[in-house]
Design a protein around this ligand. Structure first.
Ligand SMILES: Nc1nc2c(ncn2[C@@H]2O[C@H](COP(=O)(O)OP(=O)(O)OP(=O)(O)O)[C@@H](O)[C@H]2O)c(=O)[nH]1
Length: 406
């Protein structure tokens, strides 16, 4: 690809955010203030009738000649309509009439697969979007007013009639956390309905969950177009590693921080396996003040496989995530350790890479209480000498897949 082609690539901004958070309102606001930019808009709606597209037509003031509105209905661009998205974007980009492509995802869409559409070559259709366009910015709009209600509702998309297919088992909170943990800009919308103290607390929590993104407060989607257009902010790898829990997990030193509004995070790390029954009981009484937890668990009954634990609000996913390096045949183990000096440096003389490492993010957490509670779930010295495979184990043992569609 020569420099000229690269320079001509059309920038793309993708708007995500749960249903009703204010994506269409924001889109219309930006279109009304676009300053002569020729924008092609793609609006995705799950239902057959694309209401959002109608709202953009009415409210955005797109001119018929210079601009274009593409409606993608009856599916979701992050899964069922992904190929259609590829073709539409390719066409718009090749058309040559536009300076910018703005995409409004459905409220239940996940941002990662949409971003992948722009960064990976689609072998089947032979389309490489990175030749024509450049993903500039992933924006997530958060409804400040409904956030805690949705986050703690414990409801599934299915129960709300917002599922993408019959096998869509996602909870509302799973979706919120996916959208927050993968973005470049977080727009905290509907600030007009909030008082300052509640807003500042929510902002603090969002910064903990997503420290890399630029956080913007807005009412009625009123953001400056330059906040979301031509920002140069998108970077797939950086976005993939931007979640607060990943940052926390990778920190070398855990310096105690000043805790505004009691918002804090900490890492629980122990080289001793959990007793499955005691961990199960602890997890059944999950402390409410933990907003988000994520990490790897060493379970005595499953000594070959690390288990993943992921919690957001009332939603908890638990299940096998991958083989411990220490459980691999010796030749393979040695080869991996030669290639991964970091794993070798962390290697424990007796237990290898087996470890419990969990990040907790919350408001007003009783750190000592949580750590003591978890410590009581670890095997005792006497249990360490027993046959671990005989302990009762009621924890879920299927891959903790949250969404059958992707
Ligand atoms: N009070 C208040 N209402 C807002 C704000 N932003 C949007 N709304 C209203 O919230 C409702 C939903 O806004 P939309 O822009 O349609 O939200 P959306 O994210 O596009 O919704 P879906 O397309 O259903 O996912 C509308 O009635 C808006 O007028 C805001 O900042 N404050």
């Amino acid at each position: 690809m020569n420099q000229q082609t690269l320079e001509r690539r059309i920038p793309v901004t993708v708007l995500s955010g749960y249903l009703g958070s204010g994506k269409t309102t924001l889109l219309n606001h930006v279109l009304q203030n676009r300053d002569g930019l020729r924008v092609a808009v793609i609006v995705n709606d799950l239902s057959e009738v694309n209401i959002d597209a109608a709202l953009v037509k009415d409210g955005g003031g797109l001119s018929r000649t210079d601009e274009k509105l593409v409606e993608m209905s009856n599916g979701c661009i992050c899964c069922t309509l992904r190929e259609d998205l590829l073709r539409e974007v390719e066409q718009l980009a090749k058309d040559g009439r536009f300076d910018y492509i703005l995409i409004e995802s459905t409220g239940v869409g996940e941002p990662v697969p949409v971003a992948q559409t722009f960064t990976y070559v689609d072998e089947e259709q032979g389309i490489d979007l990175s030749r024509y366009c450049r993903l500039d910015c992933m924006v997530t709009v958060v409804d400040a007013y409904r956030f805690w209600h949705d986050y703690s509702s414990g409801e599934s998309l299915l129960a709300r009639g917002q599922h993408v297919g019959d096998d869509d088992a996602r909870e509302v909170v799973d979706l919120l956390i996916d959208q927050i943990e993968f973005c470049d800009v977080l727009v905290l919308n509907k600030c007009d309905l909030m008082d300052e103290a509640d807003l500042a607390e929510l902002e603090g929590v969002l910064r903990k969950l997503q420290p890399r993104a630029k956080l913007i407060r807005a009412s009625h989607g009123r953001v400056a177009p330059s906040d979301i257009l031509d920002t140069g902010l998108f970077d797939f790898e950086a976005a993939s590693l931007s979640a607060g829990w990943i940052r926390e997990m990778e920190k070398q030193l855990h310096v105690p921080e000043t805790e505004e509004y009691g918002i804090a995070s900490f890492v629980y790390e122990r080289v001793r396996p959990f007793h499955p029954e005691r961990l199960y009981r602890w997890m059944s009484r999950w402390p409410e003040e933990i907003v988000r937890a994520k990490g790897i668990v060493w379970l005595a009954t499953r000594n070959a496989m690390g288990q993943s634990l992921s919690q957001a609000g009332p939603s908890i996913h638990f299940g096998p995530s991958g083989c411990w390096i220490a459980a691999l045949p010796e030749a393979e183990r040695r080869a991996i350790l030669r290639e991964e000096p970091e794993a070798a440096a962390r290697w424990h003389a007796e237990h290898g890479d087996r470890i419990n490492k969990l990040v907790f993010i919350g408001i007003g957490m009783d750190r000592a209480g949580i750590a003591d509670g978890l410590d009581a779930c670890l095997l005792t010295d006497a249990e360490m000498k027993r046959d671990w495979s005989r302990f009762a184990d009621r924890l879920p043992n299927a891959a903790p897949e949250q969404h059958g569609l992707h």
